[in-house]
Design a protein around this ligand. Structure first.
Ligand code: ATP
Ligand code: MG
Length: 257
């Protein structure tokens, strides 16, 4: 696999949990400005692949390339320095903080004086810059009107917007979204689609998603995992006609569209 033009690439990624092999020899790459989808039935290994890239699980084997150069698998606290941000499957906001405060917490790399104090306590330059960045991130997810609300009072679609804003505030080169449309209704799925496409001027997006209409609409290319292996890759049109993909989804009785 050539990784020269990639922002991020993984090659030969294998991850085991005890006797269970969750990923086997997985490869994928994300180029500048691309939206790349990672899809597959439940338990296929999608979140595990994200976790490996983010340093939350340790690979048995495999290599990571950033900007075409081999890089050690990151520690989670180094991700923002490397230009990588992710949202979690599930949302993970702090309910007793405001929306703006939650978003400010995503801006760790811009803080010189400690995350919590800089983000939430002190006045001063750091705090002002963080606040402005958080406001900008909220604008990008069309959520400025809810900046002062406590996070535990938000509707579910609004929590999804805020989770993305929190990832955007670190100004990543690669945004990793785990099921951004999970639990959303049709109208909210449409704004999510347009939001994701609008991000590509500034960053690449790697997305795990079960909703096929989202995946087919927003992704430039897809990788399909089944039982931990990449069984197909290419444009949405190629992948959706691939007999191996159809068989995997029929076998899992799981096609959400
Ligand atoms: N921490 C863990 N310990 C043990 N097994 C795990 C762990 N995390 C994941 N697994 C197993 O690894 C396999 C892949 O799981 P993973 O969560 O990556 O799948 P997924 O494709 O994200 O599924 P879903 O679509 O349901 O989110 C599954 O068999 C799962 O049970
Ligand atoms: Mg998952």
């Amino acid at each position: 696999m050539s990784t020269e033009n990639s922002l991020l690439a993984i090659s030969g990624l294998t991850v085991s949990f005890g006797g269970l092999r969750a990923l086997s020899d997985v490869h994928l790459e994300v180029k500048p400005g691309e939206v790349v989808g990672l899809i597959g039935p439940n338990g296929a290994g999608k979140t595990t692949a994200f976790n490996a890239i983010c340093g939350l699980v340790k690979p048995d084997t495999g290599e990571l390339f950033l900007d075409g150069h081999k890089h050690a698998w990151p520690q989670p606290h180094h991700l923002s320095e490397l230009g990588i941000a992710r949202t979690l499957q599930g949302v993970g906001l702090f309910g007793d903080l405001t929306v703006l405060e939650n978003v400010m917490l995503g801006a760790q790399k811009f803080s010189h004086s400690g995350l919590i104090s800089a983000a939430l306590g002190r006045t001063g330059k750091d705090e002002k810059v963080l606040r402005e960045r958080a406001q900008t991130a909220l604008e990008r997810v069309y959520a400025t009107g809810i900046a002062d609300r406590r996070a535990d009072t938000l509707s579910y679609p609004d929590t999804k917007r805020v989770a993305i804003a929190r990832a955007l505030v670190s100004e990543p080169k690669i945004l990793m979204l785990d099921e951004p449309a999970g639990g959303l209704g049709q109208q909210d799925i449409e704004w999510m689609n347009s939001l994701i496409r609008n991000l590509t001027a500034q960053m690449s997006v790697l997305i795990v998603e079960h909703h096929m209409d989202v995946v087919m609409t927003v992704c430039d290319r897809l990788y399909v995992l089944n039982f931990g292996e990449v069984i197909s890759s290419g444009t949405a049109d190629i992948v959706r006609r691939d007999p191996a993909v159809i068989a995997a989804y029929l076998g899992a009785s799981k096609v959400n569209s």
